[in-house]
Design a protein around this ligand. Sequence first.
Ligand SMILES: [Zn+2]
Length: 209
Amino acid sequence: MLACFSALVGLLLLSSASGFAADARVSVYLREATGQPRVVVSAMMAEAESLLAPTGHAVDWWTPDATAAPGTLIVMDLKGGCEPLQDREAAPLQGASALGSTLVVDGRVSPFGQVNCDIVTRYLNRALAGVPGSLRNQQLGRALGRVLAHELYHMLGETRDHAREGVAKPEFTVTELMAESFAFESAAAAALRASATLPPNDIDPSRNK
Ligand SMILES: [Zn+2]
């Protein structure tokens, strides 16, 4: 399991995509999404789409009743409740906790991962408590979208590496998750753009070692 952590202590810009005849299609199945607050899940999806779009990857949201999954199929489990905590004074997280993770099998990054909503909601609880109610779900969803995009970076780039800045960094601060904008830094974005030009089976497995 490749875990990507929250930072409890201190722990870009992308040019628009060009030069691609068409975006690479990525189908993401958000498992256990049923029953989660729609406004949070929608904001998560919108943020992930927005972060991946400049890298040449177009995200489709696959469901089991769909007949086909265009492009690469990725399965992301949503763990725990993806909604702001009712208890504004809930105990904060102790130590580093994984906001999301990607499964690595025999040294290879798999297309299976999870977003730990229960951890993210606790991590952001104090910050979200200061956000007006009408915006709280939106900002939680946006933060979850950043965690989701981080795991997609591992999967689409078939890499366990991290960047020093941006969405591909190994740890996110509360400030980064709550910021108005947050993006992949240039090298990570370039790696994602490169992966968008390769059919999934042509990705070099040696990059995972
Ligand atoms: Zn990571």
